[in-house]
Design a protein around this ligand. Structure first.
Ligand code: ADP
Length: 754
């Protein structure tokens, strides 16, 4: 192995993230890019480089007539030994390692003065929840960063939402070996209670430390609720919350609220002395009185004092900062103004792009050295306190730079940066750009509606009265099951928008009418869509039509026509190539249509193709949905062994990701198939699991467990009637479900009483 290249590969955080994700299985570059919120081309390039270094292994698999590349981890650990005259590198398999993620890394603290008592208090093992609060610049971040170096560090921003918070948390826990949270979020479920429980379990089982910085900026109530929940339950992990205002996260022995004041006089003296050896004691006493040991003020003072001017007593900050600012070069001022435009930390590359002058590196480092700029990992920012001052003297055009930054973010090609870019476009109020971005969302960032609905919604509601934005809001409502709300918005904007967006609305209207069982209206929408198709030959626009048509024909119980339409979908989707989720979904639907035609053998053929694609692209939720359908199909074919095998897989997965609706369904087929094989012990376990689900979620299918238990009793020669009675009683309001359960059970068992 090439030593320098290897070290170079390891010094890159994205590479480390990739390796960390691959620990949990094989991945296709596309899904990896989605998980890491990076550009797919970039991820592919990195994977190839890591492959050359022997760290990962790529292989081609053939799916649906084309080749798909998937990667897995080749080594578990690397050991580098320095020997006289040589460096030995050994790779060891199956060892774990921890990798901090760049976004979630604590800022580096070079010199921390004083704070011994506070550190003792916050590191106390009895305190699992620590809330440090105090004014800006008082040193909250510094103290936590100095102590909790390996913590998951979440820097709160105004636009942050619960889902992006959890996504980051999922990535972090994944690096600690806890995979479930990420897996759950990837599956597309957003059951809040489940997320709370899973995140708590992840933090507890890995004994993770979590720091939330600047909580006062949080505008998402869901994050605050989650933190209160965590504060009430945490026992092994630790959460540290930093905020300007004191939040209320409840009370208890294990919760510590720590107000943070200035540095003690002796520590403040050491701090000032280090920068400024010439200061005399009297001068120092004066400045300490004015600043009360506020560290940021002291830092400014050490810069300003070089001028040796008298210090104004009124508004010390203004005075100190204007002194420091006055001494900066033109280039430094310009860079500070630039950075002050953004209320998020910027990457070096972004600063370079915006600043454009040649000396970017020198200027940036000079500002860092003067203590006016701060750095966190690869990100640079102006302390909030100073940003306010720079804003007042700023004389550069906001719009110009926001526009450039929007383009910069868009080039990254990831959903998260897309959303940030969108935020800036909204701030500029550029409606053309907004429309352009919405087109991009529809074409390229389809998953945003599922993955980041809340974040997207926050951006959209700021736009105000814009038909395109309203159309997008409709999609979010639809996704949440708020069909009437979606319908209202779509009807409102239908005649105001054009091109691909009109097609989007009309097909969505057909969809929502079907959800509301208003089939005549759905049909009218399909007719209207046919008009659109006459003047639009975009394959995707065509695809949307067939998607709705298939659904419509299926509902109308015209399976032959549904099938025909579904094959059209398949043909288009295959040509679009980059759309594997949809391809597997279409295949799954084709299977379902065949099942409804009682052509179960044909159905399994298509299910297997759907399975192949979902496995190749690491779409685990889809993969297990297919297992469930396969289990059902094999059960109906009387192939119980296979039905047991497939249903076991889907049971395990859906229980794991706490999707109890699907878990109960899978358990049901597992149970009846086991009964078919007279494997009564396993059947009994599944039936009991179903009842447990019903007891905790009230999901009706779970109660069928009683009926199955009754059958199992009877088959053992015991009396099952009490269980039958219980099952009937619990399902008394779901007659159709009760009958359906008996119908399936009847295939393998014909005793019992109804
Ligand atoms: P806050 O998080 O309360 O806004 P920071 O931790 O960002 O405050 O501190 C503001 C500035 O003061 C930073 O530049 C930091 O380096 C410096 N600082 C804070 N506390 C100390 C300390 N104990 N010793 C040295 N520098 C400090």
């Amino acid at each position: 192995m090439e030593v320098p290249q290897l070290i170079k590969a390891f010094s890159n955080e994205t590479n480390l993230q990739i390796l960390s994700i691959l620990r949990s299985g094989s991945f296709n570059p596309r899904e990896l890019a989605r998980i890491l919120q990076k550009n797919e081309t970039d991820i592919s390039r990195r994977l190839k480089a890591l492959e050359r270094l022997g760290l990962v292994e790529g292989r081609w698999i053939r799916v649906g007539g084309r080749n798909v590349r998937i990667y897995s981890l080749k080594v578990g650990e690397i050991k580098i030994t320095f020997k006289p005259g040589s460096v030995v590198i050994q790779t060891l398999k199956e060892k774990s390692y921890e990798i901090p993620l760049p976004e979630s890394r604590a800022p580096a603290v070079e010199n921390l003065f004083g704070r011994e008592e506070e550190i003792r208090a916050i590191t106390s093992p009895e305190k699992r929840v620590v809330i440090v609060y105090g004014i800006a610049g008082i040193g909250k971040t510094s103290i936590a960063a100095a102590v909790f170096k390996n913590a998951f560090w979440y820097q709160m921003g105004e636009m942050d939402s619960f889902e992006s918070f959890m996504w980051q948390m999922g990535l972090f826990l994944n690096t600690l070996g806890y995979r479930l949270l990420l897996e759950y979020l990837r599956g597309g479920d957003r059951e809040e209670k489940a997320i709370y429980e899973i995140a708590l379990e992840g933090i507890e089982s890995t004994e993770a430390e979590v720091v939330i910085d600047d909580l006062h900026k949080c505008s998402d109530d869901k994050i605050l609720h989650f933190l209160s929940f965590l504060a009430g339950r945490i026992q092994k992990g630790k959460i540290i919350i930093l905020s300007r205002e004191k939040p209320n996260l409840g009370f208890g022995e294990h919760i510590l609220y720590l107000p943070l004041g200035g540095l003690k006089i002796e520590d403040a003296y050491k701090m000032v002395k280090m920068e400024n050896t010439s200061i005399d004691l009297q001068k120092f006493a004066e400045i300490y009185n004015l600043t009360k040991g506020h560290p940021l003020a002291l830092k400014l003072f050490t810069e300003a004092y070089r001028n040796n001017r008298e210090i104004s007593r009124s508004n010390i900050f203004d005075f100190l900062f204007s002194e420091v600012y006055g001494m900066l070069t033109e280039d430094e001022k310009f860079m500070l103004q630039l950075i002050s435009l953004f209320n998020e930390p910027l990457e070096y590359e972004a600063i370079r792009r915006l600043y454009k002058r040649k000396n970017v590196f020198a200027v940036l480092y000079s500002l860092l050295n003067k203590g006016v700029l701060e750095r966190r990992g690869e990100l640079y920012f102006l302390h909030d306190l100073l940003r306010g001052f720079v804003e007042e003297v700023r004389d550069i055009s906001e719009k110009k730079y926001y526009r450039e930054y929007t383009d910069y973010l868009l080039e990254k090609g990831a959903a998260e940066s897309f959303l940030r870019a969108f935020g800036y476009a909204v701030r500029i109020g550029d409606s053309e750009k907004i429309k352009e971005l919405i087109t991009l969302r529809v074409k390229k960032f389809k998953r945003i509606i599922q993955d980041f609905p809340e974040t997207y919604m926050k951006v959209l509601v700021q736009i105000g009265d814009n038909p395109y934005a309203k159309k997008e809001l409709g999609h979010i409502y639809f996704q949440k099951g708020l069909f009437r709300k979606a319908l209202k918005l779509w009807l409102e904007v239908k005649d105001e928008i054009n091109g691909i967006h009109r097609a989007d609305v009309v097909s969505s209207l057909a969809d929502v009418y079907m959800e509301l069982y208003e089939f005549e209206k759905a049909e009218a929408c399909l007719k209207e869509y046919e008009e659109i198709l006459k003047s639009n030959d975009d394959p995707e626009v065509k695809l949307w039509y067939y998607i709705e048509l298939t659904k419509f024909k299926f509902y109308m119980e015209k399976p032959e026509e549904a099938l025909q339409s579904a094959f059209k979908e398949l043909e288009i989707v295959k040509n679009l190539e980059t759309y594997p989720e949809l391809e597997s979904l279409v295949l799954l639907h084709i299977g379902d249509i065949y099942v409804s035609m009682e052509r179960v053998h044909d159905a399994t053929r298509y299910y297997l193709q759907a399975l192949e694609i979902s496995k190749a692209y690491s779409l685990s939720f889809m993969e297990h949905t297919v297992y469930f359908e396969l289990a059902k199909a094999h059960f109906h074919l009387g192939e119980y062994e296979k039905a047991v095998e497939y249903s076991r897989k889907s049971v395990d997965y859906f229980l794991k990701v706490r999707n109890y609706r699907r878990a109960a369904g899978s358990l049901g087929y597992h149970c009846v198939s086991c009964i078919g094989l007279m494997r009564l012990k396993e059947a009994e376990e599944s039936a009991e699991e179903m009842i447990k689900i019903a007891q905790s979620t009230d999901y009706p299918l779970g109660w069928a467990g009683y009926i199955f238990l009754g059958a199992i009793k009877n088959l053992r020669g015991e009396d099952g009637s009490e269980y039958f009675r219980l099952g009937k009683e619990k399902l008394k309001d779901q007659k159709w479900l009760y009958d359906a359960v008996w119908e399936e059970l009847g295939r393998v068992y014909n005793g019992g009483k109804r």
